[in-house]
Design a binder for this molecule. Structure first.
Ligand code: GLN
Length: 292
């Protein structure tokens, strides 16, 4: 499939498109080119990966080829495949995404594992998710712990509207959404757990991010426009008015010295029950703090 201007008289079978796409995307420096062309074709033809190979001789219609061509053009301009397809996986489930929400990251899944473990002996836990974005954390917890009740906050109502679509998609009932700016509004709650994957990239690090991230993902979800620690300072400040005694906060943290700097903030605020959890790459990825 020529990217431009070719008169499409050639017949394209699924297998031809897989072979072409793998090579073309790789030439354009897309790393997992085979997985990506397979994903594009699965969405295009509404089938599973295995079906692509079971029906590899099937001829793809010109209308479908036209759609695929548009998608591929967007992809080689570095737009993330999840935004092109409008969908991303988190904890084994599909979530609707668009440019108003961060694409869920596999590293964030450990926040779910930790919550499930920590809440296993808590009856009908009440949870506050700060910066819910696509709602991936809130919805996954709601599904994994059906007795839980979750309040999910975000500053951006466009993000909340994506999260609400995801709630509908997954048929979840136990989440309440609130559009709020936690820096300017007072939150008085009495919850068992605060969970958050806040914007933690420092303003000065934004220019160095991958194009996929800095040109397409919402800045408000990536950076606090400061030193990458603003949200943690605010959490340290408001935890006493949010968490029950013995309640806990589970927060994602960044790379290099970021986890240690976050820990230091909480120590300065007098918290001393602090634990760090590693992700699958053995990087510090989450901080778990118990309220005094
Ligand atoms: N909670 C969402 C996620 O983990 C959004 C996080 C954010 O926007 N910083 O993907």
């Amino acid at each position: 499939m020529q990217a431009k201007n070719s008169k499409i008289d050639k017949v394209w079978r699924i297998i031809d498109l897989i072979n072409w796409g793998e090579k073309y995307l790789k030439e354009k420096s897309i790393e997992n080119s085979k997985i990506e062309i397979e994903l594009f074709l699965q969405h295009l033809l509404k089938c599973k990966r295995i079906d692509l190979y079971l029906q590899f001789e099937t001829i793809v219609k010109p209308e479908s080829l036209a759609i695929l061509r548009k998608w591929i053009t967007r992809r080689i301009n570095n737009e993330p495949i999840q935004y092109i397809l409008g969908s991303s996986e988190f904890y084994g489930r599909p979530f609707i995404v668009n440019k108003n929400v961060l694409i869920p990251r596999p590293e964030t899944e450990i926040l779910i594992d930790i919550s499930i473990e920590e809440l296993k002996n808590v009856n009908s836990p009440l949870i506050l998710d700060v910066g819910t974005g696509s709602g991936c954390i809130a919805i996954t917890i709601a599904l994994e712990i059906p007795s839980s009740k979750i309040i999910a906050l975000d500053i951006d109502e466009r993000a909340i509207s994506v999260a609400k679509n995801n709630v509908e998609k997954h048929g979840v009932k136990n989440i309440e959404f609130v559009v709020t700016d936690i820096f300017h509004e007072k939150i008085n709650k009495n919850v068992d757990m605060l969970i958050s994957n806040p914007p933690y990239i420092a303003k000065e690090e934004v220019p160095g991010l991958m194009k996929e991230v800095k040109d397409y993902e919402p800045l408000v979800a990536l950076t606090d426009n400061n030193d990458g620690l603003m949200f943690y300072r605010r959490f340290a400040e408001i935890i006493p008015s949010i968490l029950k005694k013995n309640g806990m906060a589970i927060m994602e943290v960044g790379v290099e010295d970021h986890p240690d700097r976050v820990e230091e903030i909480f120590r300065e605020y007098g918290f001393n029950d602090i634990r760090t959890e590693l992700d699958l790459n053995k990087d510090k990825r989450a901080l778990v703090i118990k309220n005094k």
